[in-house]
Design a protein around this ligand. Structure first.
Ligand code: PEP
Ligand code: CO
Length: 435
């Protein structure tokens, strides 16, 4: 754990946190688990997306609505193209702690602890800012609950009616050779929904309640533990700070504290799977984290990068198949494709993201497996953090609206375009030839 200077204060905060009401219910968590079990059987598709790190000062109506809008529109595009219901999961309402590759940051000869996310310390460059402050966990709980409250209200009041063409920002399409296809997808979605509404005589949101779940990396164990409750109804423990916590690349150590914590909760779990993981270590993780082979319990989120995925993924798929344990495979095409520009700016290229996705779908198909979900870092705003996409953003454009403190996100247009590419007719035409 991070060295908080005052242990008494930590204990006080955790005790207060553990008495506050949970953010989600065990019923919702179980519902998500059963939807993920359906995705494992190929009956649903998982869309998981949101910021790399949420910021406390971005907990406002406009930004939350924009995040929800892009997630909903992508899910409509995927539903339309894949002909399967979606499981919608935001990296939202709790994605406040970040793993960092170094413990300290040095500027002009001064070294201070790194910024580890709003849940832990502040990003200003003073000793005071960078000293871990337990009160931030309470603020994180409050910001998460405010976000979730607003999301629930938006969904309940018809925000899910976003299929009407006037809500789609399609200006980018005119910059793409696939413009006609993009416009056709949106008008087909809109027509289908109109048709549904006319025959049912009701608007979509009155007919089906759109479910959306929350997720975050279960990194900062004191926060997670304080929101972990025993539910007599199920006779099991649940993390009720989120529906779907995941274990990050840096905390998947079999003997580590994180795996020990995750072993004891009943939520569905994501496990990030990257180049460092062997078939054997993955098998052991499955044994420890899902000893009873419960359906829906495990989602493996692979993030190899376009240059590694063909080499690494097939043997891991075989290793998992050998266990007979059910998993949902999901591709995170972001974290293996991070690069740094000549100016030292972290970015990701749209084409690499798309290529890793294409290859992943194909590798699963050729391995008697299936890719049942995608995981993106994205935002509903017009940021310039990733390059490429229909507008052809270049390294030089990054300076215009680069806001992320950590990893670069797809902007609204890039995220929407990606969903359209996945469902479009040209997807998987190139990667399939040589995988
Ligand atoms: C993340 O999802 O933001 C992250 C840090 O990913 P990973 O653990 O896969 O590197
Ligand atoms: Co990230």
């Amino acid at each position: 754990m991070l060295p908080y200077p005052d242990e008494t204060k930590v204990a006080d905060v955790l005790s207060r946190l553990s008495r506050l009401p949970p953010l989600v219910t065990s019923w919702e968590v179980e519902r998500l688990k059963s939807e993920l079990a359906e995705a494992q059987r190929g009956e649903r598709f998982l869309l998981q997306g949101g910021d790399c790190a949420e910021r406390f000062d971005e907990c406002n109506s406009d930004l939350i609505a924009k995040k929800l809008k892009i997630l909903m529109q992508m899910s409509l595009v995927l539903l339309y193209g894949l002909k399967k219901p979606l499981v919608r999961v935001g990296r939202i309402a709790g994605q406040y702690a970040k793993p960092r590759s170094t413990d300290t940051e040095t500027r002009d000869g001064l070294s201070l602890p790194t910024f580890r996310g709003d849940l832990i310390n502040k990003d200003g460059f003073t000793t005071e800012d960078r000293t871990p402050d337990p009160e931030l966990m309470l603020e994180g709980y409050v910001k998460a609950s405010l976000s979730l409250n607003f999301i629930r209200a938006l969904l309940d009041s018809g925000f899910a009616d976003l299929h009407h063409p006037e809500y789609w920002d399609l200006d980018f399409a005119s910059h793409s050779p696939l413009e006609d296809e993009y416009r056709r997808i949106v008008s087909s979605i809109s027509d289908s929904m109109d048709f549904f509404e006319s025959i049912s005589g009701r608007s979509i949101h009155q007919t089906t309640r759109v479910a959306m779940f929350t997720s975050h990396e279960g990194l900062h164990l004191p926060y997670e533990q304080a929101q972990t409750r025993y539910i007599p109804r199920w006779e099991r423990w649940y993390n009720l700070a989120t529906h779907f916590p995941w274990i990050g690349m840096r905390t998947g150590d079999l003997d580590g504290a994180h795996v020990e914590y995750f072993r004891g909760i009943s939520n569905p779990l994501g496990i990030k799977v990257g180049p460092g993981m062997t078939g054997e270590s993955l098998q052991k993780l499955l044994e420890v984290l899902n000893p009873l082979n419960e359906p829906g319990r495990i989602t493996l989120i692979h993030r190899f990068g376009v240059s590694q995925v063909k080499k690494r993924l097939p043997s891991l798929i075989r290793a998992v198949q050998a266990t007979g344990s059910p998993v949902l495979w999901c591709c995170d095409p972001m974290h293996g494709n991070t690069e740094v520009t000549a100016d030292g700016v972290k970015t990701r290229r749209f084409d690499n993201i798309l290529d890793e996705l294409e290859m992943s779908f194909d590798i699963h198909d050729h391995s008697d497996s299936h890719l049942g979900g995608v995981h993106f870092e994205m935002t509903g705003e017009d940021v310039t953090e990733c390059t490429g996409g229909a507008r052809g953003l270049t390294d030089a454009d990054l300076a215009r609206a680069y806001k992320s403190q950590v990893d670069p996100r797809l902007n609204y247009e890039q995220a929407l375009e990606l969903a359209m590419r996945i469902t479009g007719k040209n997807f998987r035409s190139t990667a399939s030839q040589d995988s």
